[in-house]
Design a protein around this ligand. Sequence first.
Ligand SMILES: [Zn+2]
Length: 76
Amino acid sequence: MEIMDENTNSIRSVKVKIQYDNIPSYCRKCKLQGHMEDECRILHPELKKTTSNPEEETQQNQQRRMRNGKCVGSRK
Ligand SMILES: [Zn+2]
C-alpha cells in the first residue's frame, strides 16, 4: 500500500494488513454469511481438523476415559 507523506512529499510503501471489516464474510459455495470461502469446511474439509483444538480434544478424551475409569472403579 502506498501512502503519500505530506511532509516529505514522498511516497512510502507500507505493508498494511488488509482487514475486511466492511465486508461481511460470505461463502459463495454455501451461499451463506458467517464464514469466508477460505474457511469453508465444504471447500476445505481439512479445516475441521485444524480449527478444533487438538489439546482440547485430548482433554475431553482424557475426561471421558477418567469417567469410564470411575464407572469401572465404583463397580467393586
Ligand atoms: Zn461455506
